[in-house]
Design a binder for this molecule. Structure first.
Ligand SMILES: [Zn+2]
Length: 307
């Protein structure tokens, strides 16, 4: 008989914690031989997608700050030691681009012109903060604004692998893009789609957002990599589209019958989506979404809150 393996009390405790609540580590899922989804375990930091070519790597979104960028880079290095040649940022929110300078200090950075403009504003704000506190810690963002900005659509070739970057017009923000990998039948959505969750809404347009989701659903796609949470499918993206469309229809009807913005928050009925996450700290509850739609219908913009 072999010796029985004994775990130290510390290892036993760790094992128990990991069983009871999954250990906080990002999860990397291989969606095609050359394409990976990086699912962040930190709700405050976004997911990424990375494509490994013959001579380099293309990354979509890079996480909140230097620390999150390091975590992403470490997971990329498990699959490949090649240089990161391209970074695509889906929109300007820091949780999607704060790791740029760590993940791809030499990379070509691609975004919409609007995202680039807003990023330059974030950089000047961050520089003021850094000057005040004189810190250079891992919780600081490492922004790198776009070196190439697109107007409508751009196809990037990583060696001979096509990657389509498509602007959708005002939606989650005023300048979102999605990234489509036709050979891998995969699409990285940024925050245009979150799995089983109500989204944060910046200045944008929910009616155009719904149209953007419809155009994504017309593409031959097996996997949607969301801005946050687990990898989605056409079925889960359809449900998210239905959530927005249902809420939009309810708010429109209530508003037409003279209900105020404050009352719309409590009058909506979204029981069908009880399983969806809601985040009061990001102003991303059903009621927050309803109020944003109300404001958009009234012609006044949202307040530019950021997730
Ligand atoms: Zn986000």
């Amino acid at each position: 008989m072999g010796r029985r393996m004994r775990l130290s009390p510390f290892a036993t405790a760790l094992l128990l914690v990991c069983v009871l609540a999954p250990c906080a580590r990002p999860h990397v899922r291989k969606l095609a031989p050359d394409l990976y989804a990086y699912i962040s375990e930190n709700d405050r930091s976004a997911n990424s997608t990375f494509l490994v070519g013959q001579h380099g790597i293309l990354v979509v979104d890079t996480g909140l700050d230097k620390a999150e960028g390091q975590k992403l880079l470490a997971e990329i290095r498990v699959s490949s030691a090649l240089p990161v040649q391209f970074i695509i940022n889906t929109h300007y929110h820091p949780d999607h681009q704060g790791g740029n300078g760590v993940v791809g200090p030499e990379a070509i950075v691609i975004s919409s012109a609007f995202t680039r403009e807003r990023t330059l504003q974030l950089i000047s704000k961050t520089q003021r903060t850094e000057a005040q506190s004189a810190v250079d810690d891992a919780s600081q963002p490492a922004f790198r604004p776009a070196t190439e900005a697109l107007d409508h659509k751009l196809t990037v070739f990583l060696d001979d692998i096509p990657v389509e970057v498509v602007m959708v017009g005002p939606a989650h923000t005023m300048g979102d893009v999605y990234v489509y990998f036709p050979k891998q039948k995969t699409l990285a959505t940024g925050d245009l789609y979150l799995t089983s969750s109500s989204p944060a809404m910046d200045q944008g347009s929910v009616s155009n957002w719904i149209q953007a989701l419809n155009s994504m659903l017309r593409l031959p796609v097996d996997y949607f990599v969301p801005g946050h949470f687990d990898v989605g499918t056409p079925a889960t993206l359809t449900r998210f589209r239905d959530y927005l469309a249902e809420l939009y229809a309810q708010v429109e009807k209530l508003r037409r019958s003279g209900v105020s913005a404050a009352d719309v928050r409590t009058r909506i009925n979204m029981k069908k989506y009880v399983d969806f996450r809601q985040y009061p700290q990001f102003h991303a509850t059903f009621a927050d979404n309803a109020e944003t739609i109300y404001q958009q219908l009234s012609g006044s913009h949202g307040d530019g809150r950021v997730h």
